[in-house]
Each structure stands twice: as structure tokens, then as C-alpha cells.
Ligand binder design. Structure first.
Ligand code: ADP
Ligand code: MG
Length: 288
């Protein structure tokens, strides 16, 4: 096989260069432009949240990262591999895994452990190695005890954790989570967010698309999308300071940011960089 890997910048695992993606519309001359000139570099090991209204192009962008969709214009590189290069597709899928909103659509086998083995099997990994990975991945999402169960008997949160284990078993460098907690109850959400946080600490590059601002506040960087474009990109504390723009896009600020604003209105000096509940609690405890 020829070496399809292009020279790349070692610190960025994902490079998105002026990406355009258009869905062809049945019976209509003009295609629907879902991503409209996005350029974005994601640093290895970083944790980026992507937020934006419904239809702003988040999922389309995500699917372009692991070559589920291919650019109509511009280019996407994963660890130096161009997603538009048909020969690179497995190299890309091995490096960039995806977890979707509905766990039911991601589970393919009748038994949990077989499901987790599915991804590595597709990568052609040896059976002994697959067994090791299945065990490790299920342990890491606290689902090893359920390994012989049928996925449909699990709770939503448990199913999503099995879906995550299936991606983790492929040992990707980057995982893109597309609203992974949207269908879960609060307990399931918390369990899944705990796992995402730990994957990031373990060095996995995380892209988290979410509607929950408290989840976005956990990231190192927030990218805000609107009508297929990136309209804001920065550290959570600076993004959440743009209350005007967020409101215009019908996005809330996290609870801690709103609370901080209201407390400031009542004359309390709350630092600007408090954006999540933990930080707010710590600050208030320290200042009592
Ligand atoms: P988000 O994930 O931010 O809600 P999407 O990427 O799903 O946004 O959608 C962006 C735009 O692309 C929307 O206008 C949506 O209607 C359109 N779109 C999404 N998926 C398809 C599809 N499979 N076929 C045609 N248009 C689509
Ligand atoms: Mg979406």
C-alpha cells in the first residue's frame, strides 16, 4: 500500500481546512449547505466542546472528521491522513471514533462483550488481543459485570457506556461524541460524563457536541456554530462571557455563570473565571 499519510503538524491531530459540506436535495437544484467554510485545528489530547442550535451543522462537521461524510469543498486531515483519500479510511476510523446520541443505533450484537469486540474485529485485530481490549474497555466504563448480558436489557446510560467501550476498544486517539447524553436520565448523563472526563485525562482527544452548557463548561475550548459556520471559539470562560451572542443563538450560559452574574448584580465580587458549579461552590465556601 502506498503511504497516503501527508506531512503533518505533530501537535494537531485534526486539521479542518475551509470545510464545506452540502447535502444533495432530491428534486431541488440547490444543495443544502450544512457546513459553510469551517477551519479548525484540534490539538492532540485536547477537550473541545461544540455547541450551537439545532441544524447549525455540528453533526455534519463531526461526521466529516471520521470520514462518514466527505467534504464537498476544503479538506479534513486526521493525524495527517486526508479523509478524501479512499485508501486512508481505516487509518482514519482507527484514530477517530464516534459515539452517537442514540445508543440503540450503535449496538449491533446480542451480547455486550460481542458488541465491544465488533470494532476491533473490523480493524483485523488478533482474537487474543481483542479479548484483552474487550475486558479493559468494559472495566473502564464499569460494565464488565454486565458483559454476558443482552444490550436491550440495559438502561440507556449502560447502553451508552457499552457503545463507548466499543469505541475505546479500537484505541482511537480521538473520540467525537455527538450529544452522547441527550437521551439519558441525570444518572446516566453523569456516568457518561465521568467516563468522557477520564478518557480525556488518559490522553484521548475529545470532541463533545452537546446541548448542555454544564457539560461544555468542562472542556478546555468551546466552539460555537451557527448556520454552518464557527461564530465563536475560545476558552469556556471567554465564550460564556458573550451572553449577548449566546442568547441570540438561544443557548444558555451554565448555571454557575448565570448565578455569578446575578450575584454580581447584588454587589458580590465573583471572579470572571467561575464557570462551573464545582468552582462556584469552592469559591463560596472559601469566602464565607
Ligand atoms: P446539528 O447537528 O447542529 O443539529 P446537522 O449537521 O444535523 O446540525 O444539520 C445541519 C443542516 O444539514 C440542517 O439544515 C439539516 O437540515 C441538514 N441535514 C442534516 N442531515 C441531513 C441529511 N441527511 N440530508 C439532508 N440534509 C441534512
Ligand atoms: Mg446533531
Amino acid at each position: 500500500m502506498k503511504n497516503v499519510r501527508m506531512a503533518h503538524n505533530g501537535t494537531d491531530i485534526i486539521r479542518i481546512e475551509n470545510l464545506i459540506f452540502e447535502y444533495k436535495r432530491e428534486g431541488e437544484a440547490a444543495p443544502d449547505r450544512a457546513v459553510d467554510g469551517v477551519s479548525l485545528n484540534l490539538e492532540r489530547g485536547s477537550f473541545t466542546a461544540v455547541i450551537g442550535q439545532n441544524g447549525s451543522g455540528k453533526s455534519t462537521l463531526a461526521k466529516n472528521i471520521n470520514a462518514l461524510l466527505l467534504p464537498s469543498g476544503g479538506a479534513v486531515y486526521v493525524d495527517g491522513y486526508n479523509t478524501g483519500d479512499a485508501e486512508a479510511v481505516w487509518e482514519i476510523r482507527r484514530r477517530a471514533g464516534m459515539v452517537f446520541q442514540n445508543p440503540d443505533n450503535q449496538l449491533v450484537s446480542a451480547i455486550v462483550e460481542d458488541d465491544v469486540a465488533f470494532g476491533p474485529e473490523n480493524l483485523g485485530i488478533a482474537p487474543d488481543e481483542i479479548r484483552v481490549r474487550v475486558r479493559e474497555s468494559l472495566l473502564s466504563v464499569h460494565m464488565y459485570g454486565e458483559r454476558k448480558k443482552a444490550p436491550h436489557l440495559l438502561s440507556g446510560g449502560q447502553k451508552q457506556r457499552v457503545a463507548i467501550a466499543g469505541v475505546v476498544a479500537m484505541r482511537p486517539e480521538c473520540i467525537i461524541f455527538d450529544e452522547p447524553t441527550a437521551m439519558l436520565d441525570p444518572v446516566g448523563r453523569e456516568e457518561v460524563m465521568e467516563i468522557i472526563g477520564r478518557l480525556h485525562l488518559d490522553g484521548v482527544t475529545v470532541v463533545l457536541i452537546t446541548h448542555f452548557m454544564d457539560e461544555a463548561a468542562l472542556a478546555d475550548r468551546i466552539v460555537v456554530m451557527d448556520e454552518g459556520r464557527v461564530v465563536l471559539d475560545g476558552a469556556p470562560s471567554s465564550v460564556f462571557r458573550r451572553a449577548d451572542l449566546l442568547r441570540k443563538l438561544s443557548l444558555d450560559a451554565p448555571l454557575a455563570v448565570e448565578l455569578a452574574e446575578r450575584l454580581r448584580g447584588k454587589g458580590f465580587a465573583i471572579p470572571d473565571d467561575i464557570i462551573n458549579t464545582e468552582e462556584m461552590v469552592e469559591f463560596l465556601c472559601r469566602s464565607k
